[in-house]
Design a protein around this ligand. Structure first.
Ligand SMILES: Nc1ncnc2c1ncn2[C@@H]1O[C@H](COP(=O)(O)OP(=O)(O)O)[C@@H](O)[C@H]1O
Ligand SMILES: [Mg+2]
Length: 259
């Protein structure tokens, strides 16, 4: 179940991408301390972006992929006021943002940004194939060499940052969903060249997708806070429902594209 936590400490801004999350110390309902990367809607991430990041993470976890654990974050006004003293721009962005904010619990020490060359173990290879297939199906354009949005520690790969995925509205007439015969994969993906032409162990993740039925999908979408963009939530739900109905063809297409 998605937790709501309360921020009580500001540790600066995580650089690198467009939304630049704040690193915040937060307390959960059991008064446990959590380190959280917090995204605010006014930081190039409107509430539709928060919806995408949240649903992207929840679907990844549902499918059994390792991903940053999402939380909803309340930031008290007195903390926003105090942050004004050290970072006026962060403080005003927090003030202008929808509440709650989106949080991703820190994966912890030892995780580093994924870089090529890819370690050659079977376990890593299986994980990168599943990550690639996941990104094709959620139309995530944001896992590339420039922006891996994927962390690695030993044999463990972990996914973060899904706010550009599942962007269905406004895709235009050249958009073909993965189950359409005119669909083509995103060649810029971080591991596209690494896995092209090799074995594609997709049975596990396909089986997991098949369990994302109406009940499970409704359970995921119901966790989106009411203050966030409900229209986008509906669009994403409709897309994932269509994907579920057309799963066999989508997997035929993604396998064909890589052989
Ligand atoms: N759950 C997490 N655990 C560890 N590091 C994280 C986590 N979430 C974000 N980060 C760090 O913060 C950076 C920016 O976060 P990201 O979600 O990618 O936002 P942006 O939209 O700015 O790219 C990441 O590249 C990563 O270094
Ligand atoms: Mg990023």
């Amino acid at each position: 179940m998605l937790e709501t936590v309360t921020a009580h400490r500001f540790g600066g801004i995580a650089q690198g991408g467009a939304t630049e999350p704040a690193m915040m110390g937060c307390l959960n309902s059991r008064n446990e301390e959590l380190d959280v990367y917090v995204k605010f809607s006014s930081n190039n991430c409107p509430s539709g972006g928060l919806v995408r990041d949240l649903i992207g993470c929840l679907v990844a976890k549902f499918l059994g992929l390792r991903a940053g654990t999402p939380v909803l974050v309340d930031v008290p006004l007195d903390l926003i006021d105090a942050i004004r003293l050290v970072s006026p721009s962060s403080s005003s962005r927090m003030q202008q943002s929808v509440s709650p904010a989106f949080g991703s619990i820190s994966l912890g020490s030892g995780y580093q940004l994924f870089q090529r060359p890819v370690p050659s173990s079977h376990s890593i290879r299986d994980q990168i194939v599943e990550m690639w297939a996941f990104d094709q199906l959620i139309m995530n354009p944001d896992r590339s060499d420039v922006k891996p949005n994927c962390l690695i520690k030993g044999e463990n790969l972990a996914l973060i940052d899904h706010e550009k995925s599942l962007s269905i509205a406004g895709l235009g007439f050249l958009f073909f969903p993965p189950w359409d015969h005119r669909w083509a994969p995103d060649f810029r993906h971080l591991v596209h060249e690494t896995i092209r032409g090799g074995a594609l162990p997709l049975a596990r993740i396909k089986d997991a997708w098949s369990r994302l039925d109406e009940t499970n999908l409704s359970g995921i979408c119901a966790q989106v806070p009411r203050t966030w963009d409900q229209e986008i939530t509906k669009e994403i739900k409709a897309y994932l429902s269509d994907l579920h109905s057309n799963l066999d063809q989508a997997f035929i297409n993604i396998e064909k594209a890589m052989t």
